[in-house]
Structure formats: structure tokens, C-alpha cells
Ligand binder design. Structure first.
Ligand SMILES: *Cc1c(COP(=O)(O)O)cnc(C)c1O
Length: 421
């Protein structure tokens, strides 16, 4: 028995789906101890939008460390933090006419969500939050209460409360008007819905199965929020930082959420880092009221600043995302036509859902055997989710998509044989 099985907790997960020991990585390639190369279409679940060990980010980090740049500082002011804030304001906020204050919660996505919830409840004096079916917002109790998945919820061991789950965009089919339904619940004082402090949503539900909210739905939700003075929180942890094309996934819809959660690819280098953005009038925490030891990860400030400099001072990366998205979509569309599957996605998060739920996991396994790392998502892990680094080369993307196609063909021909036995 190896040390992972012997010593590491049973809770370990991804190492079971991708059973090898990885040693090095660069760009879209991960290499295991035996020297075998894998194309990475998982990208740290969206934490590696710029690939592994991007050379520019790495150089800036090494220079910073070599110069004895401060690494840990609680939330004291540092030059690295100032450079990050200056750059974030100049490169991201100002060009988009966004007026937000920046809060540093703990370094993970769920920390950003917890801060957002606590803030929304404090500002409004209300306890309830509306989240949406199939949403995923993290694993700590507050975030987990927002999360739809019953398996994940069950792990809490206590009742998860103070959240009402409402149907996401096409949850009831494309014909149903889930906004009108939500509005009816809000306007009717006898609906049983406590007026919420906030709506929280992902514009594309990533873990929930690559469910895409339409522009009309998002705009209507924002209007509803404004009308009822409910705060709008966008959890852009997985689909922000360029995953759908623009830096924020909501930019193209003219939305200005009251609160925005960012993490995953924010550091650009896979270092833990999260922020919670809030409209200035919502900046209501007292000094130190929401605290934490690791709220000044200076190494992450350095790589995050480098990523903003490298990728967000022009729209080259956004344009590349749109181009590559088309190639991914075309490939999935071909497969969907051949195998009667459904495809969904926006930008470089694209999913394909087959009729038989188990097929997705089999495809992921078949792909791994052929040198491609690709994960499943959705309530029954029934969606194969393509999430390559945004910076992947054309060659890497084509090769990865080729392996995906082969894997689907292999699994589906086996399925066909099985069902005709
Ligand atoms: C990953 C994720 C989170 C949680 O982030 P962690 O760093 O795992 O705590 C929250 N929301 C969304 C949309 C995510 O994809």
C-alpha cells in the first residue's frame, strides 16, 4: 500500500479519478513520475486559467522571493499588496467603470463566499439568502448551505439553514419563467419565503453541470434584486478571471453585482488567494470584525499582479478564449450529434451530457488512459466538463480534443456492445 492510501485520509478525491503521481507541469502539460505527459483539460478546477508555472509569473515570484520580499504579513500594508491594489484598480475596475472596494478574506473560494454572506446579512439585517438549484459555493457551513448537491450537503452533519433554493435559469425547462416565479414568491407575503438579504448565483454553474444562465435571465434577476432591495452576489470564483472571455463573467450583460466573489485563478499561479468585492456603500464591517491569519498572501499578490499585467492590459486573451471556445464547441457538437448528447457552456467552460449518467465518468477514465485529464460535473457526475487553460496552444487544444473524441468513441462503442448483449 502506498503512503497515500496508508496515511492520507479517505477523503482524498481527485487522486482516485487520476491515479498517478504527478511531478512537474508547465503550460497545459502535467508530467508524472514515470515521465508520462498528460494534457490538462481540468486546469485545477479553474485555478490555472493561465496554465501551470507560467514563465512570466514564475520569474516575478522568484525575483520577489530572492529579494526577501515579505511573504506573510497578516493584513498589514505591504508594497506587494499596494502593487496588487493599484494594478487591480487600473487594469480591471477603472476600464470597466466598476466601483468596488476590495476585501481580503481567507485565501480560498469558500472564504470569499462566507465573507459575502456575512456582509449581506449585516448590511440588510436579514438572515435569509436565496441561492439556486445546482449551485455550488464551497464546503464550509455557510457556503454549503447555499450548495444544492445533496451528497455534499449531507457531509455537514448539522442542518443547513437560512437559505431558500429557487430554480436556476432553465431548471424547469426552457419555457418556464423562473424569474416570474421568484417574483411571485417575493411579492406574496404568504409565500413562506423570508425576504432575503441577497441572491447568490454563478452565471455558469460549473460544478453543477455547466448550466448557463441566459442574458435575459441574468438581467431580469438583477432588476428583481434592485426592485426588492435584495443584494445581488455573483460567485465568479470558477468562471471569472477570463474563463468565459471577459475578466468577469457578467461583464457582457451590463450587470453590476453588489458583491462579487473571486478566487481560483485570481493569483494566476495556483497559489491560494481570494477577494470579495463590494459596492462602497456596503463596506460595513468594523475593523477586524471579519478576521483571518492568511489574508495577506504576498506571494499571491505578486503573481496576481503579474497575471493582470501579462493578460489583462489588452483584449488578446479574451479574443483567444472566444476563438478556442468555438473549436471546443464544434468538437462537442459533432460528438453530441453522433451520440445523442447535449452540450452546454460559455467560453472555455463547455460540457457534454450523455443520456446514461455513468458514461461521463467512463469517458473521463478512458481519456486519462490516453493522456488527457478531464473531469465530470453535474448532480450525477453525468457531464464531461472541458476546462483547458485559457492559454493552451492551438496544438495542445487540438490534441486534447482528439483524445476526447477517441475516448467518447471507445466508451460509446463498448456501451453499444453491452446494450446489445
Ligand atoms: C471552487 C468554487 C468555490 C469554492 O472555492 P474553494 O477554494 O474550493 O473553497 C466556490 N464557488 C464556486 C463557483 C467554485 O467553483
Amino acid at each position: 500500500m502506498d503512503i497515500f492510501e496508508r496515511l492520507e485520509s479517505n477523503v482524498r478525491g481527485y487522486c482516485r479519478a487520476f491515479p498517478t503521481v504527478f511531478e512537474t507541469a508547465s503550460g497545459h502539460t502535467m508530467i508524472d513520475e514515470s515521465g508520462r505527459e498528460y494534457i490538462d483539460f481540468f486546469a485545477g478546477a479553474g485555478a490555472l486559467n493561465y496554465g501551470h508555472n507560467h514563465p512570466v509569473l514564475k520569474r516575478r515570484l522568484i525575483e520577489y522571493l530572492s529579494g526577501n520580499g515579505i511573504v506573510h504579513s497578516l493584513d498589514m500594508a505591504t508594497s506587494a499588496k499596494r502593487r496588487f491594489l493599484d494594478t487591480f484598480e487600473e487594469v480591471i475596475l477603472q476600464p470597466r467603470n466598476l466601483d468596488y472596494k476590495v476585501m481580503f478574506p481567507g485565501p480560498t473560494g469558500t472564504n470569499s463566499v462566507e465573507a459575502a454572506l456575512k456582509l449581506a446579512r449585516k448590511v440588510t439585517g436579514r438572515h435569509n439568502i436565496v441561492s439556486f438549484t445546482n449551485g455550488f459555493h464551497g464546503m464550509t457551513l455557510g457556503s454549503l448551505a447555499l450548495t444544492g448537491n445533496s451528497g455534499k450537503r449531507a457531509g455537514a452533519g448539522v442542518p443547513l439553514s437560512h437559505v431558500s433554493h429557487m430554480p436556476y435559469c432553465d431548471y424547469l425547462g426552457t419555457e418556464a419563467d423562473t424569474i416570474a416565479q421568484l417574483e411571485r414568491f417575493l411579492e406574496d407575503s404568504s409565500s413562506g419565503l423570508d425576504l432575503p438579504a441577497a441572491f447568490i448565483l454563478e452565471t455558469v454553474q460549473a460544478e453543477g453541470g455547466v448550466n448557463v444562465a441566459t442574458s435575459g435571465w441574468l438581467k431580469a434577476l438583477a432588476e428583481l434584486a434592485a426592485r426588492y432591495e435584495v443584494l445581488l452576489i455573483v460567485d465568479d470564483i470558477q468562471v471569472g478571471c477570463g474563463r468565459t472571455g471577459p475578466f468577469f463573467s457578467f461583464e457582457s450583460f451590463g450587470l453590476q453585482p453588489d458583491i462579487v466573489c473571486l478566487s481560483k485563478s485570481l493569483s494566476g499561479y495556483g497559489l491560494p488567494f481570494a477577494i470579495t468585492l463590494m459596492k462602497p456603500h456596503l463596506d460595513a464591517f468594523d475593523p477586524g470584525e471579519h478576521n483571518g491569519t492568511f489574508r495577506g498572501h504576498n506571494a499571491a499578490f505578486v503573481t496576481a499582479t503579474a497575471a493582470l499585467d501579462e493578460f489583462w492590459r489588452d483584449d488578446e486573451l479574451s479574443r483567444k478564449v472566444h476563438r478556442d471556445a468555438e473549436l471546443i464547441r464544434d468538437t462537442l457538437l459533432d460528438l453530441a450529434t453522433d451520440y445523442d448528447a447535449e452540450i452546454r457552456g460559455r467560453g472555455m467552460i463547455q460540457g457534454i451530457q450523455f443520456e446514461t449518467p455513468d458514461v461521463a465518468s467512463e469517458i473521463s477514465r478512458a481519456a486519462f488512459e490516453r493522456g488527457l485529464i478531464i473531469e465530470t460535473a453535474g448532480p450525477k457526475d453525468d457531464v464531461v466538463k472541458a476546462l483547458p487553460p485559457l492559454t493552451i496552444t492551438d496544438e495542445g487544444l487540438r490534441e486534447g480534443l482528439g483524445i476526447l473524441r477517441e475516448s467518447v468513441e471507445a466508451v460509446m462503442s463498448r456501451e453499444f456492445v453491452d446494450s446489445n448483449r
